[in-house]
Design a protein around this ligand. Structure first.
Ligand code: BG6
Length: 504
């Protein structure tokens, strides 16, 4: 990795504090950054370098997976952070920034490699890129790169406009669009699992797979993000980006040791092959839901429309599930069920692969119906794998019993998603970023859903907070069902054995 200057827009913000500073610190401690380190933080507040450095230290104390220890190394890390006041709309501030960057490059003997990280609202992406270009900050003798956060547009057209405006200042190879799900260790592991295990490689196709279920369930509600979330909903906040990226990562087939370019081609192939939904049949394939009042871990919580800042008449979805098919010989006929929602029973991001069981065929009337084999890839909060197999239980006259072979990779020393991603971007490796073609094709697939919602054509189902989502989402699966949903708590009356005995 060549050393560079890390220029952080939005350095006084929440993401910087929670994720970016801790990620840089852990990369630094692990010796994964080539020195000397230089970070220039930008914001509108009038901070001195010392104030900025103490904010960075606070962030490490609160959010770093490894607590900062008072040491010369920590002091060296903090001194690498300098601050410049910048109003994103003032071109003269970029000139001052350029002078600052050059001064630091000269002081530290750094090559002119510049990483621009936009940890700011999406409305600032285009003006910042234009000013980087206009001020000369982008005219480097080394490389320049841009890291941007989601959301990348609100629909197909706005995403295209945004991409065009970034394209005026950065080439596609220079743009690193963060989708933090791609930084999760288990997602990064998916390809290795497939390519390095002949058993899995052989099974990864429609001949053996009955269906694939991708879930990202959360227990939190809208939190303090009413303004953003009520305009985005589960479709834009999670589905168009994280969920479709998981689908691409799961379904692509790659030879071992593929280059980032091949990964990109294969992902593009998957998303381009997802069969488009016709507007008139959308309601059969897509279920939207909104949480009503309920209980999370035994505590009552309000419904979505009673949350602070959410209009009482909001029709925004907090849950979405969809069934989709991939038009590819390897995946033909395999339904992919995808769902995500807030205020659900448990926090769990996972992929469950249900394998076919030909012996359960209706013609085999005399045979015991077998539990299907399941491969479960737990992405978070716990990471691991499990495989469900059928075995014989000698205590029960040899009756079949499904057992689960588990590997929990729960390791507190595991790098965080942001560490992986920032490290990759600094190395120039775009494997685990969302490339433009994927983003555009994802919006293209989602656009009919947006149109149908805007036209009031897709019903919004209620679900109780603390449940597994609307019943309509179960119906999407037909004869199959969602695997591994934690059983909902039995109704209060049924919990009391006395009440049951008395027939209450
Ligand atoms: C973010 C969404 O991108 O992902 C949030 O904006 C969501 O609404 C979060 O809560 C989930 O991420 P994780 O890593 O906690 O599963």
């Amino acid at each position: 990795m060549e050393s560079s200057t890390f220029i952080l827009f939005g350095a006084t913000g929440d993401l910087a504090k929670r994720k970016i500073f801790p990620a840089l610190y852990n990369l630094f401690i692990d010796g994964k950054l080539s020195g000397p380190l230089s970070v220039i933080g930008l914001g509108r507040r009038e901070w001195s370098n010392a104030t900025f450095q103490s904010q960075v230290l606070d962030s490490l104390r609160t959010f770093s997976r490894r607590a900062p220890e008072d040491s010369p190394e920590l002091r060296r890390f903090l001194l690498a952070f300098e601050y410049s006041v910048l109003d994103v709309g003032h071109p003269e501030d970029y000139k001052k920034l350029l002078a600052h960057v050059i001064r630091r490059e000269q002081e530290l003997g750094l090559p002119q490699n510049r990483m621009f990280y936009l940890s700011v609202g999406p409305e600032f992406f285009a003006p910042i890129a234009a000013n980087i270009q206009g001020s000369g900050l982008g005219d480097t003798l080394g490389w320049k790169r841009l890291i941007i956060e989601k959301p990348f547009g609100r629909d197909l057209q706005s995403a295209r406009e945004l991409n065009d405006s970034l394209g005026a200042a950065f080439r596609e190879e220079e743009i690193f669009r963060i989708d933090h799900f791609l930084g999760k260790p288990m997602v990064q592991n998916l390809e290795v699992l497939k390519t390095s295990n002949p058993v899995l490689r052989a099974l990864w196709q429609n001949r053996y797979i009955a269906n694939v279920q991708i879930t990202a369930a959360e227990t939190v509600g809208v939190e303090e993000r009413a303004g953003y979330y009520d305009q985005s909903g589960a479709l834009r906040d999670m589905f168009q980006n994280h969920m479709l990226q998981l689908l691409m990562m799961m379904a692509m087939q790659l030879p071992q040791g593929s280059t980032p370019e091949e990964v990109r081609r294969k992902k593009r192939h998957v998303i381009a092959s997802v069969l488009p939904l016709l507007r008139e049949e959308l309601a059969r394939h897509v279920v939207r839901g909104q949480y009503a009042a309920g209980e999370i871990k035994g505590k009552p919580v309000p419904g979505y429309t009673s949350e602070p800042g959410i209009p009482a008449a909001s029709q925004n979805e907090t849950y979405i599930a969809a069934r989709l098919f991939i038009d590819d010989p390897l995946w033909e006929g395999v339904p992919f069920y995808i769902r995500t929602g807030k205020r659900l029973k448990e926090k769990s991001t996972r992929i469950v692969i249900e394998f076919k069981e030909p012996l359960n065929d209706v013609h085999n009337k005399n045979r015991t119906v077998l539990e299907p084999n399941l491969l479960v890839i737990n992405i978070g909060p716990e990471e691991g794998l499990s495989l469900q197999l059928n075995t014989k239980d000698p205590r029960r006259h040899g009756a079949l019993e499904p057992v689960s072979i588990r590997h929990d990779s729960g390791n507190p020393g595991m790098p965080e998603a942001y560490e992986n991603l920032i490290g990759d971007a600094l190395r120039g490796d775009a494997t685990f970023f969302a490339h433009w073609d994927e983003v555009e094709l994802s919006w293209q697939w989602v656009q009919p859903i947006i149109d149908a919602v805007d036209a009031g054509e897709l019903p919004l189902h209620d679900y109780a907070a603390g449940s597994h989502g609307p019943a309509a989402a179960d119906a999407l699966l037909g004869e199959a069902h969602w695997w591994l949903d934690e059983e909902p708590a039995p109704p209060a009356a049924a919990k009391d054995p006395e009440a049951i005995r008395q027939g209450a």
